[in-house]
Design a protein around this ligand. Structure first.
Ligand code: PLP
Length: 393
């Protein structure tokens, strides 16, 4: 006999099916790369966030092996107990050296995931006397971090600097923080960071920038959205992820040394969680070296060329493409069914693209989230564009 608890869950799952919202996973058998073995077949993938193609880079794989033989498999404990290895310490220093042009008196702290880093900053850097000003299209981890904080939360419309200015001017709280994605993860557009920082200067607020999709990709040296915007400040709290362009996993906060010391003392997602395996930190040292090298710059240039090729060759009839200069190229289709059908037809033809539905995006804006990587060839991209153009005919 099935209990009521189980039958009511089963009903809810059926409702997801009825609304075209049931999500399924596909199993991959090969490294993250353009040609991927998935469910027993080879597909050309345009759905990872491996923007520089580092996830299967031989130098990083070699460093991961070396890290495992030097430090073993697991860290064994949280950072404040005994899990903070030499590899973690070196990675913090390397990231601080890398980010130094953008943040005054910079220090960094690494986290298991970007999700945790966002929870950590938002819960530790705010209290009941803080007003949080959150951009409408912020990532789920920032929304959850705002919920975990005891701050009062106000959401400003996408890109609406003027409206944010009014909200900041009306705030009577002693603490203020503006929170934004730098590259919006489902739209691919950029936040007006220089304008946001100017407002934060004016109203003495912190600016938390989630650069999950910018770190490694944006800026001449790959330092991300701050480098690209040409801004530098003590009030910037920068979150970069290490599982996307950096190709490995984890995340870091870069900020003024006092911010970092406070997080170390107070951020529960940092304190009460086992440190990542040191081998990952060791592999990340190789990844940061690559991002910061001539090869990294070449990869960014090639990626930029692929983005231009995609945008100039795509011919849209019933669909539309959002304006995006980043590797995230969303093609808006509309209904859940139409979005899933388009993705399924591309998949049959050998192309694996992400299909994004509510609640990740607003109802009626189902989309193909096409992501380009420096590991794609020009032919990969022109083939995909031809398939997209043909699908609308
Ligand atoms: C992926 C992502 C995160 C979470 O980072 P993980 O390391 O994957 O947990 C946070 N913010 C944004 C905007 C993201 O796209």
């Amino acid at each position: 006999m099935t209990t009521h608890l189980i039958t009511s869950l089963q009903q809810k799952l059926k409702q997801l099916d009825a609304r075209g919202l049931r999500r399924r996973r596909r199993i991959t058998e090969s490294p993250c790369a353009p040609q991927v073995q998935v469910d027993g077949k080879t597909k050309l993938a345009f759905c990872s966030n491996d923007y520089l193609g580092l996830a299967s880079h031989p130098q990083i794989i070699a460093a991961l092996r070396e890290g495992a033989s030097r430090y073993g498999a697991g860290s064994g404990a949280s950072h404040l107990i005994s899990g903070h290895s030499r590899a973690h310490a070196l990675l913090e220093d390397r990231l601080a050296e890398f980010m130094a042009p953008d943040i005054e008196a910079v220090r960094t702290l690494t986290f298991c995931t970007g999700y945790m880093a966002n929870l950590a900053v938002l819960s530790a850097m705010t209290d009941r006397d803080t007003d949080l000003f959150c951009e409408q299209l912020n990532h789920a981890s920032l929304i959850d971090g705002a919920r975990l904080s005891r701050a009062s939360v106000q959401v400003y419309p996408h890109g609406a600097v003027d409206q944010l200015a009014l909200m900041l001017a009306a705030s009577r709280s002693p603490g203020k923080m503006v929170v934004t994605d730098s590259v919006f993860s489902m739209d691919g557009d950029l936040a007006p960071l220089a304008d946001l920082l100017a407002l934060c200067e004016q109203h003495d607020a912190w600016l938390l920038v989630d650069d999950a999709h910018g770190f490694g990709v944006l800026g001449q040296h790959g330092r991300g959205a701050l480098e690209q915007a040409g801004i530098r400040s003590q009030r910037l709290i920068y979150m970069g992820t290490l599982g996307k362009a950096a190709g490995v996993g984890g995340a870091f906060i870069a900020a003024h040394e006092s911010v970092i010391e406070w997080l170390l003392q107070r951020a529960r997602p940092y304190i009460y969680s086992t440190a990542t395996p040191p081998a990952l930190a060791h592999a990340l040292l190789a990844s940061i070296d690559l991002i910061d090298s001539a090869e990294g710059a070449q990869r960014r240039t090639h990626l930029g060329n692929l983005i231009s090729t995609f945008r100039s060759q795509l011919q849209l009839q019933h669909w539309h493409c959002l304006l995006s200069e980043t590797p995230i190229q969303p093609v808006i289709i509309g209904s859940n069914d139409d979005t899933m059908n388009a993705a399924a037809r591309l998949y049959e033809q050998g192309y694996w693209v992400g299909a994004i539905r509510p609640p990740t995006v607003p109802v009626g804006t189902g989309r193909l989230r096409i992501t380009l990587s420096a590991s794609h060839s020009r032919a990969d991209v022109t083939d995909l564009v031809a398939a997209l153009n043909a699908l609308q005919a």
